[in-house]
Design a protein around this ligand. Structure first.
Ligand code: PMP
Length: 304
């Protein structure tokens, strides 16, 4: 990881190497902490955070869902992001990781007396699934792990605890020689990737599942807006694994993954095994938006 100079911790800029917590930090033991993954892009007019408001709102919603009383407001958190990015004097694209966590002071499952802390880290980071993956697509395996079912977990929260499921699925896929996992829900329909939402294209129609067992993805919403604007027919409905195998195109979306084409799933070649034409169109449109090249979407960028 590319170290930066500072990390923001509860209102202070702390040197990267000094940004530490006590070993009895509550979240470290029981997994109740919420986070975001946000990106800032180096546009022609300087560094700009994409959809800062939306990410900050989701962070606070995640805290609400998991019974954590956030210690900073939406406005304070947004300002903190900007303060951190300015202080670090970045020269390339940045990934931002805000985290609201339960700190040191009490142990035991009952978390409500634990202090609440917030930190924001940011570092220069390239593409999550590789530049090669962005261009030529990645290999995906349907996971043997079921996505956390809504009966037991709360998937609208970007909660650290939810990510054991993702982490095991990702590990399994990598160990089997694939690059990413695709998880089914407890009824056998496509839920999402370990850290991405999922789309297919069939006969010119763009199809993506509802967010019943996936995060309410900010990138998915952007891509759906771009598709609508381009006049591409859209369906929000459940997808079965056999429909994936016979799709013309498939791709993942996520803040980290951006728009990543999928070239095969479980060794079934998708389409002609390359980035499909609608995938490419939406990927280019997405990059135009995040790099500030589309004036219609410029209001989604917060310049530091
Ligand atoms: N699903 C999961 C499980 C994720 O971790 C992410 C990444 N935050 C996504 C979907 C995509 O969400 P977004 O587009 O908001 O980054």
């Amino acid at each position: 990881m590319d170290k930066a100079q500072f990390i923001w911790m509860d209102g202070k800029l702390v040197a990267w190497d000094d940004a530490k917590v006590h070993i009895l930090t509550h979240t470290l033991h029981y997994g109740n902490g919420v986070f975001e993954g946000t990106r800032a892009y180096m546009t022609k007019e300087g560094l700009a955070v994409f959809k800062l408001k939306e990410h900050t709102k989701r962070l606070l919603n995640s805290a609400k869902i998991t019974r954590i009383k956030a210690n900073f407001s939406q406005e304070e958190l947004e300002q903190a992001h900007l303060e951190l990015l300015r202080a670090n004097r970045f020269t390339a694209n940045v990934y931002i990781r805000p985290l609201i966590y339960l700190g040191y002071g009490v142990m035991g499952l009952n978390h409500i007396q634990a202090p609440v802390n917030t930190a924001i880290a940011a570092w220069q980071w390239g593409s999550y699934l590789g530049d090669e993956g962005l261009e030529n697509g990645i290999r995906v395996k349907i996971s043997s792990f079921t996505r956390n079912p809504a009966k037991s977990m709360m998937g609208k929260a970007k909660s650290a605890a939810n990510y054991l499921n993702s982490q095991m699925a990702k590990y399994e896929a990598l160990e089997a020689g694939y690059e990413e996992a695709l998880l089914l829900d407890d009824e056998g329909f496509i839920a999402e990737g370990s850290g991405e939402c999922f789309f297919i294209v069939r006969n010119g129609t763009l199809i993506t599942p509802p967010n019943d067992t996936s995060l309410e993805s900010i990138t998915q919403a952007t891509v759906l807006d771009l598709a609508k604007e381009a006049g591409i027919p859209i369906e929000r409905r459940r997808i079965t694994r056999d429909e994936v195998y016979i799709a013309d195109e498939a791709f993942f979306t996520g803040t980290a993954a951006e728009v990543t084409p999928i070239k095969d799933v479980d060794n079934y070649v998708i389409g002609d095994g390359k980035r499909g034409s609608i995938t490419r169109q939406l990927q280019e449109a997405y990059f135009d938006v995040v790099y500030g090249r589309n004036p219609k979407y410029k209001h989604l960028l917060t310049f530091i």
